[in-house]
Design a binder for this molecule. Structure first.
Ligand SMILES: [Zn+2]
Length: 161
C-alpha cells in the first residue's frame, strides 16, 4: 500500500481510507463533518480544495448496486442535505457529483466537487477536474488552507448538528 499525503500534510498509509475513516482509525482533514448510521461526510482526504466533500459508506463495498434498502433511503436524504449545506453554509453555487467504482484503496464514496472562481482558468467542466485537483495539491498545500478547511468543517458540523 502506497503512502499518500493528506490534504493537511500528514503522510498516511491505509489499506482502505473509507474503512479507516468510518472506524475512526484516522481523522479526515478538518475532522469528520457529519455521519449517519450508514455514511460519513468529510473533506476529501488528499486534495486541499475548500468544500470538496466526500460522502463515504461505512460498509466496505463499491457500488450503489450493493446498497441495502436502509442505505438507499439514508443516502438520498444525506446527499441532498450535503448539497444544501454546501450552498447555504459555504456559498457554493455549482457542484459536480461523481462516483467511481474502480478505487483500489478506498470503498464506496461520492465526490461532491465544488466549482470555485479560481478554477476557471484551468477549466470549467468535468474533464478539467483532475487537473484542478493537481493544481490545488501543488499550490494550496499550505497551513492557511488547512486552517480555512478546518474552520469550514466546523461551520458544517454546526449545520448538521
Ligand atoms: Zn473499506
Amino acid at each position: 500500500m502506497e503512502p499518500i499525503i493528506a490534504a493537511d500534510g500528514r503522510e498516511v498509509a491505509l489499506e482502505c481510507i473509507g474503512c479507516a475513516i468510518s472506524k475512526k482509525e484516522v481523522d479526515p482533514p478538518g475532522g469528520m463533518i457529519a455521519e449517519t448510521d450508514y455514511f460519513t461526510l468529510a473533506n476529501d482526504f488528499e486534495y486541499p480544495i475548500k468544500g470538496f466533500l466526500i460522502i463515504g459508506s461505512k460498509r466496505h463495498f463499491q457500488s450503489v448496486a450493493d446498497f441495502t434498502s436502509e442505505e438507499s433511503a439514508d443516502f438520498s436524504s444525506f446527499l441532498i442535505k450535503t448539497r444544501k449545506a454546501m450552498r447555504d453554509v459555504l456559498g457554493i453555487q455549482q457542484v459536480t457529483i461523481i462516483q467511481e467504482e474502480k478505487s483500489k484503496d478506498s470503498h464506496f464514496h461520492v465526490w461532491m466537487f465544488p466549482w470555485h472562481e479560481w478554477m476557471k482558468e484551468i477549466g470549467s467542466d468535468i474533464v478539467s477536474i483532475r487537473a484542478i485537483m493537481q493544481y490545488a495539491k501543488e499550490h494550496y498545500s499550505t497551513k492557511e488552507m488547512t486552517e480555512e478547511m478546518a474552520a469550514e468543517s466546523q461551520k458544517l458540523r454546526e449545520y448538521f448538528s
